[in-house]
Design a protein around this ligand. Structure first.
Ligand code: FES
Ligand code: FES
Length: 155
């Protein structure tokens, strides 16, 4: 089965099994290893990507469903001011420990700050409620997201 879609702003065409998940298409076929394989049940958020701009769990989506659509991972957001601020805030705030949850959490946080540049603590908490972190206890990532909101220049 051919899947044609846009990955991080570039058109890709991929020959893949008909039942392959988006998570596996990204990791195994396209080598995008920032997208993590955690629970594979839609529970942990480690596999979060943007599909058409919205955060989704790529382990819950057949690759065939992204035909003609746009998929974004953290690689595609490298130079986005919001992501730059998030990375800086996460690093300086000690919000990364093992880092397994971090790409997915950054995607969720990016989507939050893109749509809501000045979130409340509750809104930030809600935005990452689908991203399980076994290391940090969430306090430092939440602080980092709110810090990044302060650092991000107004559009
Ligand atoms: S691996 Fe997809 S939600 Fe856990
Ligand atoms: S930093 Fe280890 S799972 Fe979040």
């Amino acid at each position: 089965m051919m899947v044609d879609f846009v990955l991080n702003g570039r058109a890709v065409s991929c020959d893949a099994p008909a039942n392959i998940l988006l998570l596996d298409l990204l990791r195994s076929e396209l080598g995008v290893l920032s997208v993590k394989r955690g629970c594979e049940q839609g529970e942990c958020g480690a596999c979060t990507v943007l599909l058409g701009g919205r955060p989704v769990n790529s382990c819950m989506i057949l690759a065939a469903r992204v035909e003609g659509r746009s998929v974004t991972t953290i690689e595609g957001l490298r130079d986005e001011p919001i992501m730059v601020a998030l990375r800086k805030a996460f690093m300086e705030g000690g919000a990364v420990q093992c880092g397994f949850c971090t790409p997915g959490m950054l995607i969720s946080a990016y989507a939050l700050l893109r749509d809501n540049p000045s979130p409340t603590p509750h809104e930030a908490k809600t935005a990452i409620e689908g991203n399980i972190c076994r290391c940090t206890g969430y306090a430092l990532p939440l602080e980092a997201i709110l810090k990044a909101a302060e650092m991000t220049p107004a559009e």
